[in-house]
Each structure stands twice: as structure tokens, then as C-alpha cells.
Ligand binder design. Structure first.
Ligand code: GAP
Length: 532
């Protein structure tokens, strides 16, 4: 089992590079230097993500009688997010490096020990420059650092106040040097030793203004880009209930964009500022909440297996008291062994009656459930399986990536095959259609016939360039599970044992590289059965 800190940065680099070169994921606005924390899905990435969302929707909405779908607005009323607690409390502690101005998450700084050098200011006699401001630098004597390292950093810091005066930082005189020994402190930037500002709470929501309000400070014009899809579900729960006449337990599912102004977006798409969630709010009687939380955990673990993320790479964290939201009696995090460590994919949280109660209080409207059998009125409890779509795509990409050594014994040249082993149900391209030669019109016509036969039912790709072996490898790299070759036997030439293979094609399997002969008339049902 992988350790939480056991990482493979080289593998991650290769995956990021393949994502760009093959058209899965690009940095947003790369042409202009990139928009930090935002990503664009290219042609193959868009297919992969769409297939994942369709599969999730089919399994959680269409194949269940007790879950209904919805698609809410992204722009969210400020009152909704005030009631939910996001306006007041959806924040991370943040601090700034006094030297580099980098912004860091205060709760993610690794504790450090060492000698802190403190100064009261700096001056330069010749120019008359002087500044009085306390500043400190932490140095690590065990890493061969000494007072000279501290002084260099301090001079760089004070040089910021020169206001254009042409004085080199190293010519500054430091004032009031003193030292203290620090143990497990988080007050210094691990990158450069500079003192950080005190931590401040930083709200993660993106705020915007609705309409052309005459008053810039009109609080009623404020709206937010939703930080989670969940709140739209809570706010529409009563409408869904009344319009669909469902009975408890039932769920409302939604897939959609969410936005968080993350302080440190990182690990490719893992922590982004714009991302998609796949959330279910499952409403139930209070006495069923804990049992359903356990059931949902199992259901969600099975889902990941179905899309190709094996159980042994998933970890279930039973979030301890004190780390859960105060209203949650139980929360599980489903984590995956990413190449950058074991990290959360999805939360399965028992949220009790918290959200609906808050919306009832703040809106002043009664949103209780009426049980016709028992004649009781009450606020339902909620179990919430909340998955990140982009994180799941990333887990699938990491899990599918494989480099296979096919070098034959005694061969001088190494033969490596990169293969994305996507499950057929989510693979971006389901089948590649390959006429053996492009300069034989009969082969091309037959291949186009096969393409048109399959196209209405699945995403296929027609390719007639390069040798067939090379075309197979290109499809392996983008994870196409089946390659269909149209050859001279398809057109009526005798097979190797004199058999009639007219109107049959060769299907090559991506993972085993084995080939089999299938009649064109059987091809569609044969493929559909394997793509479910
Ligand atoms: N409604 C509950 C909720 O939003 P969350 O744990 O904050 O809970 C749920 O988010 C899931 O959304 C996470 O497990 C993760 O998969 C995804 N997610 C959250 N923040 C994200 C981010 N900045 N970038 C990508 N995915 C994110």
C-alpha cells in the first residue's frame, strides 16, 4: 500500500505532458501565460469527462427510481449562501511572505525549527536612506546556513523600501540584530526563511454584481458563483418534492460547475479554482441517516471500481470528531493514491437536518416534509455523496496510464508502448476504423461504410494514414479499446486457411493486443455489449 507521502513526480510529469500533447487537458489561457487554477479540456478530455458524467448520471439518476436530477444556476443569491454559512465562514487562513509577497495557506505550512534572526530596520549612510520596521528570518543551521544567509534575506527585504534610490541591497546596514531559537514554528516561509504576516481569514467565494445597480455598494446586487452545487439542491428541494410527489427516502442529483478562489491551486487539475462536482443530496428520515451513510459509502466505492479505479488504490478516511463539520455525525473521505500522494476524491457526509433547517430559518418559509402515513411533519435529514468530476477524471488518467516494455529478446532497440487503459464505458474514442491501405478505393469505401454504421451509436475515429502497426500504437496512447481493420479478406480474398472472410473485419483489443475476426453485421451489438 502506498504511503501518504510516497509520491512519483516523474510519473505525474509524464501524465501532464501526455494530456497536453494528445489533447486531453491544457492550461487555460496558456497563450497569455496561463490563468492559474483553471484548465481547458481538449477534444479527448472533453469526451472523457462527458463519458464520466454520463455514466455517473445513468447509474445515479436514470437507473434508480429514488433519485431525480436537476440543473441549477451557477449565479447564486447572496441570501442562499448567507443562510448556508458560506458568506460568514467559507474561508481559509492565509498569510503573505513579507519578502516575495507569495500567498500561502497558513494551515499548510510545515513546522520548521532553527535560529530566527530579528532586525529593527536598515539604513544607508551615503544616501541618507533609513527604514525602521521589524523583520525576521529563520535559518536552519543543520543545513549549513548561518548569519550571512539571514542578513542577505533581511537586506533584500529592506531594499524594497528604497523607492527607486539606486543603492544595492548588499550595501545596506542592518540594525538591532538579535536571535532566538525556534522549534516547530510556522511563522516563516519555508522557501526563503522570510517572516510571514499574521494569518487572516480569506473567503474563497467569487463575488459578482448582478444588473446595472446605480449604487456600487448595494448589497442586494451582490451574487456569488456557487462554491458547491449542493446549495441549489437544498433551496429547490421543496419544489422538487411538490412537483414530483416523491416520498422519503429520495435524492436529488446534480452535476455542475463550482468555483473557489483557492489560495494555492496545485497538482494539475486536483485543486482548481473552477471545477465540476457530481453531488447527490439524499433526503431521509432521521433514524435512517447513519445506515444510509454506510450504504452510500459502499455504493460509491463500487462506482470507482466500475470506471477502472481499483478498490486497493482507494482509501476510506473516517473523518474524526473535531475535523468534521460541527453538524455532521459521520463523514467519510474516499481517497485515491495519486502520484502526488493519497488525496481526497469524494466526501460522503451525513449532514443531518442542518442545511434545510438553515434555509427554513432564513427564508421564513416552511419547507417541512409531511409524511402522509404517520401524519408527521419534520425536516428530513441528508446524506451527501459529493464527488469531484475533475478529480475523478484525473484519477482515471493516472490509473489508466501505463508504459509496457515490448522489446523482443535480443533486439537492439527498446520497444515501449504507452497505453491508456481506460474502461471502454468512459474511453474517449470507442473504436478506430482503419482501412489497411489508403490508396485502394474499395478498402476506403468499406471502411467508411463501417464508420457510418457505428457513428450514430458511439464516438469512432477514422484513420488511414501510416502503417497499420503505427496506427494501432497511436490509438493505444489515447486509450481506444478497439481497432477495426478493413483488409483484403473483408473484400473477399481467401483467408490464410482458404476460408471465406468476406464482410468480416479484424478487431484488435487494446490491452491484450489480440485480434479476432468479426462479421460486420455482428459488429454493432458486439461493441455495444462491451461499452456499457
Ligand atoms: N457539498 C459538499 C462539498 O462541496 P467538498 O469536500 O468541499 O464538499 C466535494 O467538495 C468534492 O469536490 C471534493 O471531494 C473534491 O472532489 C471536489 N473539489 C473540492 N474542491 C475542489 C477544487 N478546488 N478543485 C477540484 N475539485 C474540488
Amino acid at each position: 500500500m502506498a504511503e501518504r507521502e510516497n509520491t512519483d513526480p516523474q510519473k505525474m510529469e509524464k501524465i501532464v505532458s501526455l494530456c497536453k500533447s494528445k489533447g486531453f487537458i491544457y492550461q487555460s489561457a496558456e497563450l497569455y501565460g496561463g490563468l492559474n487554477g483553471c484548465w481547458d479540456y481538449g477534444p479527448l478530455g472533453a469526451e472523457l469527462k462527458r463519458n464520466l458524467k454520463d455514466y455517473w448520471w445513468r447509474k445515479n439518476v436514470q437507473e434508480r427510481d429514488d433519485i431525480l436530477g436537476m440543473d441549477g444556476s451557477i449565479l447564486t443569491h447572496h441570501a442562499v449562501l448567507t443562510a448556508s454559512g458560506h458568506v460568514g465562514g467559507f474561508s481559509d487562513p492565509m498569510c503573505d511572505c513579507l519578502l516575495s509577497k507569495a500567498r500561502l495557506r497558513a494551515d499548510q505550512i510545515d513546522p520548521q525549527s532553527g535560529t530566527a534572526y530579528h532586525y529593527t530596520g536598515a539604513s544607508h549612510a551615503e544616501s541618507g536612506f533609513s527604514v525602521e520596521k521589524p523583520f525576521s528570518v529563520l535559518i536552519d543551521p543543520t543545513a549549513n546556513q548561518n548569519e550571512n544567509n539571514a542578513r542577505k534575506v533581511a537586506k533584500q527585504y529592506y531594499a524594497q523600501f528604497l523607492n527607486g534610490q539606486d543603492v544595492p541591497a548588499k550595501k545596506l546596514e542592518l540594525a538591532g540584530e538579535s536571535t532566538t531559537e525556534e522549534v516547530d514554528t510556522t511563522k516563516y516561509n519555508p522557501e526563503n526563511g522570510s517572516l510571514l504576516t499574521e494569518a487572516r481569514e480569506f473567503n474563497l467565494m467569487f463575488q459578482t454584481k448582478m444588473g446595472a445597480s446605480s449604487d456600487d455598494n448595494d448589497p442586494n446586487a451582490v451574487a456569488y458563483l456557487r462554491p458547491e452545487t449542493a446549495q441549489t439542491i437544498f433551496v429547490q428541494y421543496k419544489n422538487v418534492l411538490d412537483s414530483s410527489r416523491v416520498k422519503l427516502p429520495f435524492g436529488i442529483a446534480q452535476i455542475g460547475k463550482a468555483f473557489r478562489n483557492e489560495i494555492n491551486p496545485r497538482n494539475f487539475t486536483f485543486r482548481s479554482r473552477e471545477f465540476e462536482q457530481m453531488e447527490i443530496e439524499f433526503f431521509c428520515r432521521p433514524e435512517d441517516g447513519l445506515r444510509l451513510t454506510e450504504e452510500w459509502l459502499e455504493t460509491r466505492l463500487s462506482f470507482y471500481e466500475e470506471i477502472g479505479v481499483p478498490r486497493e488504490k482507494l482509501h476510506v478516511l473516517d473523518v474524526p470528531d473535531g475535523e468534521r463539520a460541527h453538524y455532521s455525525a459521520k463523514t467519510y473521505d474516499i481517497e485515491y493514491e495519486f502520484p502526488f500522494g493519497i488525496q481526497e476524491l469524494e466526501g460522503v457526509a451525513y449532514r443531518g437536518a442542518y442545511d434545510l433547517t438553515k434555509h427554513q430559518e432564513h427564508s421564513g418559509k416552511n419547507i417541512e416534509y409531511f409524511d402522509e402515513e404517520t401524519k408527521e411533519r419534520f425536516i428530513p435529514h441528508v446524506v451527501e455523496p459529493s464527488a469531484g468530476c475533475d478529480r475523478t477524471v484525473l484519477a482515471v488518467l493516472c490509473e489508466s496510464y501505463d508504459v509496457e516494455d515490448l522489446t523482443k529478446e535480443g533486439a537492439k532497440k527498446k520497444d515501449e508502448r504507452t497505453v491508456m487503459r481506460f474502461k471502454p464505458c468512459i474511453a474517449p474514442i470507442k473504436a478506430a476504423i482503419l482501412p489497411l491501405l489508403k490508396n485502394k478505393p474499395e478498402l476506403v469505401a468499406k471502411a467508411k461504410e463501417v464508420q457510418h454504421l457505428l457513428q450514430p451509436f458511439m464516438n469512432v475515429f477514422y484513420d488511414e494514414t501510416a502503417a497499420i502497426g503505427r496506427r494501432y500504437r497511436r490509438q493505444d496512447e489515447i486509450g481506444t479499446p478497439f481497432c477495426i481493420a478493413i483488409d483484403f479478406e473483408t473484400l473477399g480474398e481467401e483467408g490464410p486457411n482458404g476460408e471465406d472472410l468476406t464482410d468480416t473485419v479484424t478487431v484488435r483489443h487494446r490491452d491484450s493486443m489480440e485480434q479476432e475476426r468479426i462479421a460486420i453485421s455482428d459488429l454493432l451489438p458486439w461493441l455495444l455489449e462491451r461499452l456499457r
